[in-house]
Write a protein that binds this ligand. Structure first.
Ligand SMILES: *[C@@H]1O[C@H](CO)[C@@H](O)[C@H](O)[C@H]1NC(C)=O
Ligand SMILES: *[C@@H]1O[C@H](CO)[C@@H](O)[C@H](O)[C@H]1NC(C)=O
Length: 188
């Protein structure tokens, strides 16, 4: 099968704090050797938004998961999510279209366009720009398989946030708020 994507890229080589990577390395889009490693369920652990109202909006995101699965079209990935937001669960599904390193999808009337960045192993780091009518903004979101995060990975994320000029007081999942139920568990 044609690899469904220089799509959602996952860092197979993890960035290490010891090597003190500079911004050029830290913000480089990542192409996965094996896109399969990107599929399945991911739990949101840290994020930042820009401009301020979008950064602030992440405060109301108490927990969040995403699920990525391939489709018969190598350019299309199914994105599902469950956001615990405004004290309720909001779930949804979108077809994400992959073209080169760029992936686009529509969520809650916003058109998102972004790519993955290098990150820790077993982590997924996504950044995008979105447009909703006249409104534009951007996000950076870090996910892990377990919803837990390693302190040294937090430090790398902090640097990446800084390199990309997102607000430095990024948000973190408290690790406690229950994830919204998934009525359609991934088979990945
Ligand atoms: C995704 O694409 C498939 C095939 O075109 C379509 O059947 C499905 O309704 C789409 N899903 C969403 C959420 O748009
Ligand atoms: C979806 O967008 C509407 C209008 O922009 C906004 O009021 C609402 O809070 C958004 N919902 C979520 C879950 O982000």
């Amino acid at each position: 099968m044609a690899l469904p994507a220089a799509v959602f890229l996952l860092a197979l080589t993890s960035l290490s704090a010891a090597s003190a990577p500079d911004c050029k390395d830290l913000v480089r889009p990542f192409i996965p050797d094996d896109p399969k490693l990107v599929f399945g369920k991911w739990v949101y652990v840290m994020g930042a938004g820009d401009p301020k109202p979008y950064h602030k909006a992440l405060e109301s995101l108490k927990s969040s998961w995403i699920d990525l699965s391939p489709t018969s079209d190598s350019q299309v990935v199914t994105l599902r999510w469950g956001d615990n937001c405004f004290d309720r669960c909001i779930s949804g599904e979108a077809n994400a279209t992959v073209s080169g390193i760029t992936t686009t999808f529509r969520k809650n009337l916003s058109d998102h366009k972004g790519h993955l960045l290098q990150t820790c192993s077993d982590c997924l780091l996504w950044t995008d720009a979105f447009r909703n009518g006249d409104t534009t903004g951007r996000y950076i979101l870090q996910f892990t398989r377990t919803g837990k995060k390693d302190p040294k990975d937090v430090e790398i994320f902090r640097k990446q946030v800084g390199c990309l000029s997102f607000p430095e007081n990024f948000h973190s999942y408290d690790g406690k708020t229950e994830l919204c139920p998934d009525d359609k568990q991934s088979t990945e």
